[in-house]
Design a protein around this ligand. Structure first.
Ligand code: HSE
Length: 404
């Protein structure tokens, strides 16, 4: 019998307990032994709940118990999670986490600690919730050089953008609705400003390059400036607007960005709607792959965490290698990235826009006055900025042309 401890009895923590109970028989078969939750660490008590008999308030009870072989960190945030995870690894306990902030900030250090102790540090649930994406990159695609990863990596913003697109609601109105439904936090900044998706693309890029991508160095823009007018232009262009975390190799450079993009119907992520996440991966041998599913939520996220627990139990005494060194990956400059841009400009001086941007395709939407939109030919971000300085830009959305 493998004894585990769960740090944090919130949505994911209670989901982990539920998955282990619901699927106990099949999990026992797959892990090779039964998995029992011995402790749950939480600041709170849960009187009347059967979990109460397992609740502890002091992490050292878990750390000092030699029976506990796997610690599950589902508290979120970098501290105290990082301190607790390090204590667990130092004590020879494998760790599974859903915490993308922790993994993005300390991934290689925690992976190295686990390797040294011949135990495991696993983090499948940290990106894409229930979607298997860490294990595919780490174990299934080892024959390939991954050339691109582009994903809808944040369910909250995908819900907001889908709703704005389909129902024509404003950003503020849709955010309030998402908060009322529990899809968006009361402080939605991490999601709507793109920080959450940025950390996730940093983790995925680190995994496929084997080096550390500093999330602070990824150009990141959120969705707060996207308006109903942008969606009307998008519709006219046969596009939708999606917040993408994207990174790709180009020669010896890797470029990464998190931003809203316009994508058309042939894009593999075009139909990934509501809170669903989707990740497109291209490998130089396998070609295009798509991973789609629930990117958040109690049971989907817990499913990924429990799969890690099973892997840790199955590989007790063996480190499953994760290639992610602390060597920093110098990202290519965003200014050098080349793509088309959708631009909205104040006024009606199409000639001035053509003089600044060259060959453009002008778009007008009935009912939107005092401005016009256009799509540029492919140009570098640097060239875009130089041209944009010559006109009065209302908003700009990049185009992504990934095809399956
Ligand atoms: N806030 C995140 C999202 C939760 O909306 O996708 C999962 O990381």
């Amino acid at each position: 019998m493998a004894k585990i401890a769960v740090l944090g009895y919130g949505t994911v923590g209670s989901g982990v307990v539920e998955v282990l109970e619901t699927n106990a028989a099949s999990i026992t078969k797959k892990a090779g032994e039964a998995v029992e939750v011995k402790y749950v660490l939480d600041l709170r008590d849960f009187p009347g709940d059967p979990i109460q008999e397992k609740i502890v308030h002091d992490v050292d009870i878990i750390i000092n118990d030699p029976e506990v072989s796997v610690v599950v960190e589902v508290m979120g945030g970098v501290e105290p999670a990082c301190t607790f995870v390090k204590k667990a690894l130092e004590a020879g306990k494998s760790v599974c986490t859903s915490n993308k902030a922790l993994v993005a900030a300390h991934g290689p250090e925690l992976i190295a600690m686990a390797k040294e102790k011949n135990i495991n540090f696993m983090f499948e649930a940290s990106v894409g919730g229930g979607i298997p994406i860490i294990r595919p990159l780490n174990q299934c695609l080892t024959a390939d050089e991954v050339t691109q990863v582009t994903g809808i990596l944040n369910g909250t913003t995908n819900y907001i953008l889908t709703k704005m697109s389909k129902e024509g609601c404003s950003y503020d109105e849709t955010l309030k609705e998402a908060q009322a439904l529990g899809y968006a936090e009361r402080n939605p900044e991490a999601d709507v400003e793109g920080h959450d998706a940025c950390r996730k693309i940093a983790i995925l890029t680190s995994l496929y390059t084997g080096k550390t991508v500093k999330f602070e160095e990824i150009t990141t823009e959120g969705i707060t400036k996207i308006s109903t007018a942008d969606f009307k232009y998008a519709e006219k262009l046969g596009c939708v607007v999606k917040l993408l975390g994207t990174s790709r190799r180009d020669g010896d450079k890797v470029y990464a960005m998190t931003a809203p993009f316009m994508i058309n119907a042939s894009h593999p992520l075009y139909n990934v709607n509501d809170v669903i996440n989707g990740v497109y991966v291209n490998g130089n041998m396998v070609g295009s792959l798509m991973f789609i599913g629930a990117g958040a939520g109690k049971l989907p996220t817990a499913s990924a965490v429990v799969a890690d627990i099973v892997d840790c139990v199955k590989h007790s005494g063996t480190n499953v290698a994760t290639i992610w060194s602390s060597e920093k990956l110098e990202l290519g400059a965003t200014d050098d990235e080349v793509r088309s841009f959708f631009v909205r400009v104040k006024g009606d001086d199409e000639a001035a826009a053509k003089a600044a941007f060259g060959n453009i395709e002008v778009v007008k939407v009935e009912g939107i006055d005092g401005e016009f939109g256009f799509v540029t030919a492919e140009m570098s971000e640097k060239a875009y900025k130089e041209a944009a300085a010559k006109v009065e830009v209302i908003n700009m959305i990049r185009l992504d042309k990934t095809v399956l």
